[in-house]
Design a protein around this ligand. Structure first.
Ligand code: NIG
Ligand code: FE
Length: 412
């Protein structure tokens, strides 16, 4: 057993509701705290001095200076497995072309599909591992990664096998998702329904045999798939036991209604959601996920996070890190900026990247510091947790622990 501390503040993110608004007054703040770890899990949290006496046989790590301890961040939506770059798209967008115009002209997602297909599985493993490690050093200890730039049975398998292999090469947990329904591949000889049925018939069983993923995602949008096309696809996935997540309401509405009807775990994007969709989501168990990195990358409005919370919805915040719409890939910065624009409390922003993000991945063993949870935690050099979001991302963790092991230390 290891005892770590003392922390000036430890914010466990426990005892808070999964849904609705949270005030900073509701946030538990333990002072002069210690964390007792047994292997990969948390054994106890309490006053450091008291834990030292009770567990006098534990290996004790005394910290010098002021530290604040938080659960490791969880980024529940990324596309960090890809080939090439879309810097040219970004320049075109900032010169006046829209994301959808570029997509129609053959750029956009299809451009990354072409470049990802050219990359070998090994090249994808290398790139994904490198980006995952960057997230880990920024405090992200669980990171979702989607396929969706292969768009054929064999190319989607290449991506998901690369993500599985990258997971072995990084200390952050990679949670994979199949996004074969990202767009209808331009070289497919058939219509959307035929493509989706081929994926469900051929790819889904392999995903289960090889344990490549238990999550299915689809992009519901005019430029991708319609609600009618996706409903039977999700039904097949649900019947086979997959969890569902949706790229919903990014430019037009419709996706969130499908998410609710299909019992999806999360509906992500929601920049275009109106009061109707917000009410629908808030009344459901679907986690609404804001992706401020996509708003910043595309220069468009943010997800109505404040309204979602005030309506009683559950709000997670993820980076959407991808080469097209969200190239920055800095969860903490983006979450802090969303908080400033949407008037979210510290508690709401931190909930969005910890236990509410865990719920968006259907994970119950992380996102909070409590007995029995994974010992995934991060330290900031401060005596006041409010400094973290105040610095809008320009203040990173100095130490990262994953499953009870120190995996990053800024000073080493
Ligand atoms: O979440 N909206 C669709 N998919 C991604 C973008 C992918 C890309 O542009 O390469 C997203 O923003
Ligand atoms: Fe996305």
């Amino acid at each position: 057993m290891q005892l770590i501390g003392p922390f000036k503040q430890l914010i466990p993110m426990s005892g808070l509701s999964i849904k609705g608004a949270i005030s900073d007054d509701d946030l538990l703040v333990f002072e002069d705290a210690g964390l007792l770890i047994d292997g990969a899990h948390i054994k106890a949290i309490g006053k450091f001095d008291e834990l030292k006496v009770t567990y006098d046989h534990a290996e004790i790590h005394v910290l010098k200076g002021d530290h604040t301890c938080l659960p490791g961040f969880i980024d529940s939506h990324t596309h960090i497995c890809f080939g090439g770059s879309r810097a040219t798209d970004y320049a075109l967008r900032n010169s006046g072309k829209t994301y959808l115009e570029i997509a129609k002209a053959g750029g956009g997602i299809w451009d990354t599909v072409t470049q990802t297909r050219k990359a070998s599985q090994e090249q994808l493993v290398k790139k994904t591992t490198k980006l995952a490690n960057r997230h880990m050093k920024n405090g992200v200890t669980t990171l979702e990664v989607k396929s969706g730039y292969g768009l054929s049975v064999s190319e989607e398998l290449k991506m998901l096998r690369a993500i599985q292999e990258a997971n072995r090469g990084t200390s952050t947990d990679l949670i994979s998702t199949c996004l074969a329904a990202h767009m209808l591949p331009k070289d497919y000889q058939g219509d959307a329904t035929e493509y989706l049925m081929e994926i469900a018939d051929t790819l889904f069983p392999i995903l289960q045999q090889e344990e490549l993923t238990h999550r299915i995602d689809a992009f519901i949008e005019d430029s991708a798939f319609s609600e009618e096309e996706i409903r039977p696809y999700f039904q097949r996935a649900t019947d086979m036991g997959f969890d569902i997540t949706v790229h919903a309401d990014q430019f037009s509405t419709g996706g969130s209604a499908v998410a609710v009807a299909c019992g999806a775990i999360s509906a992500d994007h929601l920049e275009a959601s109106t009061p109707t969709e917000i009410a629908l989501l808030a009344q459901s168990d679907v986690i609404a996920t804001a992706l401020p990195g996509a708003s910043l990358g595309l220069g468009c409005s943010f997800t109505p996070a404040r309204k979602i919370l005030d309506a009683g919805g559950a709000l997670a915040i993820a980076s959407d890190h991808n080469p097209g719409s969200a190239p920055m890939g800095d969860l903490l910065t983006q979450a802090a900026i969303l908080g400033a624009f949407e008037k979210l409390s510290n508690a709401e922003v931190l909930a969005g990247i910890t236990f509410r993000a865990a719920a968006a991945l259907n994970l119950t063993d992380r996102g909070q510091l409590k007995e029995g949870a994974l010992a995934d935690f991060i330290l900031f050099h401060t005596s006041d947790y409010k400094e973290i979001l105040y610095n809008q991302g320009n203040f990173k963790p100095c130490v990262v622990f994953k499953k009870g092991v120190k995996v990053f230390d800024k000073h080493q």
